[in-house]
Design a binder for this molecule. Structure first.
Ligand SMILES: [Zn+2]
Length: 189
């Protein structure tokens, strides 16, 4: 899922996107009221690692930051976990069977969060960005990208509210997993 400017889109495993309809559910979401307080203008081509390093320098590693990057990308590689059925497999298992989609020479938006290392498990530590093409017809979890030119907007988040499920499935699942950190990294990289 990705959402900004008041509209949420479901990202599907075939790389397509469609507006979320009323009543549709998601197992996990991180949202905030995005009030950008910083902007970075990028007029030169920049790789994912250089872009994230720039955003790291502009944000604080002990706070959450919401990030939005609008621009023209030479390339964006995405993937999205397929819809799962009961009994639901662990995320690491579900994430193994993911098709990648490659967008080249594409205009669009990356949106997501930088999460502090100490919050791994509540969120996904580090950067977690989803891509939506400008025509809103396709996108996915952003694995890699190269931005040709664009604009970054950043909003610091220091007010965290967590809502946990109360379903019998959630309450009855053993989440005492020492390898959780590795599994999240493997699934969400
Ligand atoms: Zn994702």
């Amino acid at each position: 899922m990705v959402g900004f400017d008041g509209t949420f889109y479901q990202l599907r495993s075939d790389g397509s996107a469609r507006p979320v309809v009323a009543g549709q559910k998601t197992p996990f979401a991180v949202v905030t009221f995005f009030r950008p307080e910083q902007e970075l203008d990028l007029s030169q081509e920049i790789t994912k690692s250089d872009l994230l390093a720039r955003i790291e320098r502009a944000t604080n590693s002990n706070l959450f930051s919401a990030v939005r990057v609008d621009g023209i990308f030479d390339e964006v590689r995405t993937r999205t976990v397929q819809r799962q059925a009961k009994p639901f497999p662990p995320l690491a298992e579900a994430a193994k069977h993911q098709a990648e989609t490659v967008f080249t020479n594409v205009e669009g938006t990356l949106a997501g969060f930088r999460t502090p290392t100490y919050a791994q498990g509540i969120g996904v530590a580090g950067f977690h960005l989803h891509f939506l093409r400008q025509d809103k017809q396709s996108g996915g979890h952003a694995l890699d990208y190269r931005l040709r030119a664009g604009r970054v907007q950043i909003c610091t988040v220091h007010d965290l509210q967590v809502e946990l499920p109360t379903s019998a499935e959630f309450l009855g699942t053993n989440l005492e997993d020492r390898a959780l950190n590795e599994k999240i990294k493997a699934s969400e990289g």
